[in-house]
Write a new protein. Structure first.
Length: 659
């Protein structure tokens, strides 16, 4: 393996065999791991949803338990009599036993108008009115039992007991990934409450009994969820299952732990969960960052009796066990892949040896043949394909020797033919050059005709008058007759030149502009100036036929196309585009080239007669084109950036214009 060249057959076989095996193995490994991981996560999500349903039942059972205690207390005859007689001493003693025994945080009774008769934990404060309390107000109105969750302000907690206000107070701890929160303290509390109407023996409504449990720093429900749902399962020192009760976005009861092992109360929910659950009122299920670790989590809103979202119930499963399963699975697959690669390398080395040795002999023979030694006969012991190659190489050497003499003879003949073809090309090129030169002279003649027409008319008029004034016997008459005759001949020549350049009135008929452009391209694309010019079409098939003089419009298009080709002496592209105007009343035809462009000074004069920047131009082409388009009721303009090309844009009306 040490002496294997980077370009040898052995190295190539090893490399390509490895790639052929490695890529599918790696892809299959990753796909398999991803599939396994997704299935595990899907099961975890399904389990988490079930856990959330169980947690909700446990939460609701606590509310039901509180309601049962309050209801059983409210139907006792001694309580009813004490409320009717406003016996505060009896109520105080009885309530003290009840809320201690049933682990209630508040137990308060009011009369049928909401006036406090007795507070179990603060008997010294009575007589105030609680008809504004949502639970009591609803019982006063409906005479029905009311249960649920409520946010209780600090003042009401202090009225019940200063201890409850202290239990609810929390300094908010900054939390990674949480939504920014302006308040740094939370003073209100979140309470499970039940309000029950008190009816006497005659079924008269005499008061309301209100009981409740403060959830802040009360871990009974969340620990019960962990015990029942997650069975206190531990992974690497961490609880796999956790549960939390949020007051709005604040953790007030949880068994999620901080790094130091303490419960992570006073921390906040992540912003992602906040937006989904509190802002939108939806259930959130998926991966979520909880305090300091990732969990497969489920959150749902907690609502008060008015259906407002006041908190969140959460259960989650630690994601780390699933990540470890993924990593271990991936390492297993990659280990298998590595073993396969080692086997492939070993097999490819053995195979390469069987191929490389005879190929080396073939290489030496081929080198001698390349140096002109064609007489070689040899055989090798190798796979059949290489043996066939050796035989073919020997036959090739013999054929090369024969072909060598034939090629030498053919080379002499070919050289002669190349010289003949070169001479022919030079002759054709000379003819083309003369044709183009004559075309330029024709353009120049038209310009000259315009310039000499007026003075020629003056000469003819004056010479004719002079001829009439001369006596028939005047010896000068013959010379003047020659002058008149030759002037008339010059006028005819000028007339023919002007007829050639003159713009006649359009003879309009229905014209398909797209078809006209296609025909023009077929007409010009084989000319010399278009050999290095690429013509691209972008024609809108929805463009309608219009009334126009087909020949004149063709003259305009051909003139612009030829100008573009002449501008792109080093080659380039010409893009011809047809489209409808936004108002659908004009057809727009643009000719965009990649030539050198036109300066601003030249653009101002480009349509003026006899103005040209060409060495042999007459300056009439664009002027004539301008007139033709104008006679059709259209317009022509140019946009150009020096060094980047020019675009001529023609606008032709769809509606026929007479004149």
């Amino acid at each position: 393996m040490k002496n294997i060249s980077p370009k040898s057959i052995q190295s190539h076989l090893i490399f390509y065999f490895t790639i052929v095996v490695l890529v599918p193995v790696v892809v299959m490994s990753l796909a398999g791991v991803k599939l396994i991981y997704n299935q595990i996560i899907d099961r975890a999500v399904t389990r988490t949803i079930a856990d959330l349903n169980s947690a909700r039942e446990i939460y609701q059972n606590k509310v039901t338990q509180i309601a049962s205690v309050v209801r059983l207390t409210a139907v006792r005859s001694l309580i009813i009599n004490a409320v009717t007689e406003r016996d505060k001493n009896f109520l105080q003693k009885d309530f003290a036993k009840t809320y201690h025994r049933e682990k209630l945080d508040i137990l308060t009774v009011t009369d049928n108008r909401g006036n406090v008769i007795c507070r179990g934990r603060n008997p010294g404060l009575s007589g105030d009115n609680l008809s504004a309390d949502k639970f009591i107000a609803k019982v006063l109105k409906t005479r029905q039992i009311v249960t649920g969750t409520e946010i209780v302000p600090r003042k009401e907690l202090e009225d019940e007991s200063p201890d409850l206000a202290a239990q609810a107070y929390m300094e908010i701890t900054p939390t990674p990934k949480s939504k920014p929160r302006a308040e740094r303290q939370e003073t209100s509390g979140m309470m499970l409450e039940a309000a029950v109407p008190i009816l006497d023996d005659n079924n008269n409504f005499v008061g309301v009994l209100l009981g409740g449990v403060l959830l802040n720093r009360n871990f009974e429900i969340v620990d019960k969820i962990k015990d029942i749902v997650h069975e206190r399962e531990i992974y690497k020192g961490q609880d796999i299952g956790t549960a939390t009760i949020f007051q709005n976005d604040l953790r007030i009861s949880t068994n999620v732990k901080n790094q130091d092992g303490s419960r992570a109360i006073t921390t906040l929910v992540s912003e992602e969960v906040y937006d989904e659950v509190i802002d939108q009122g939806k259930r959130f299920v998926g991966e979520a960052f909880v305090v300091n670790a990732w969990y497969i989590a489920a959150y749902e809103p907690i609502r008060d009796i008015e259906n407002r979202i006041i908190g969140i119930l959460y259960v989650g499963i630690l994601r780390q066990p699933f990540d470890d399963v993924l990593r271990n699975t991936l390492m297993t697959f990659l280990g298998i892949a590595l073993g396969v690669i080692i086997l492939i390398v070993f097999a490819s080395v053995q195979l390469a040896k069987k191929i490389s040795v005879p190929l080396k002999k073939l290489e030496l023979t081929a080198t001698k043949i390349a140096e002109g030694e064609y007489k070689h006969e040899f055989t090798v012991k190798a796979p059949s394909e290489i043996e066939h190659l050796a035989k073919s190489l020997g036959k090739m050497a013999r054929d090369l020797e024969t072909e060598k003499w034939e090629l030498e003879a053919w080379g002499t003949t070919l050289e002669k033919k190349v010289q003949e073809r070169t001479d022919e090309i030079k002759r054709i090129h000379s003819q083309l050059f003369r044709s183009e030169k004559l075309a330029s002279l024709g353009k120049l003649a038209a310009g000259v005709a315009h310039e000499i027409n007026n003075p020629l008319t003056g000469i003819l008029t004056n010479s004719s008058l002079l001829l009439e004034d001369l006596d028939p016997q005047d010896p000068r008459r013959e010379d003047v007759e020659v002058m008149v005759k030759e002037t008339i001949r010059c006028r005819e020549i000028v007339k023919r030149l002007l007829d050639f350049a003159k713009q006649t009135k359009p003879q309009k008929k229905l014209t398909d502009i797209n078809a006209l452009i296609d025909n023009i391209i077929l007409l010009v694309r084989n000319q010399t100036s278009f050999r290095s010019v690429r013509i691209e079409k972008n024609l809108d098939p929805s463009v309608p036929e219009i009334q126009s003089d087909t020949d004149q419009i063709q003259q305009v298009f051909v003139n612009i196309i030829l100008n573009a080709a002449e501008a792109m002496t080093k080659g380039g592209s010409l893009t011809i585009t047809s489209s409808l105007s936004p108002a659908r009343d004009f057809i727009n035809i643009s000719f965009a080239d990649t030539g050198p462009g036109i300066s601003e000074a030249d653009r101002e004069k480009i349509f003026d007669p006899f103005y040209t920047t060409k060495e042999h131009g007459t300056g009439l082409g664009l002027s004539i084109s301008y007139g033709i388009v104008e006679q059709h009721g259209g317009s022509i303009s140019v946009e150009s950036t020096p060094g980047k090309g020019s675009t001529f844009i023609i606008h032709l009306p769809i509606t026929s214009m007479e004149g």
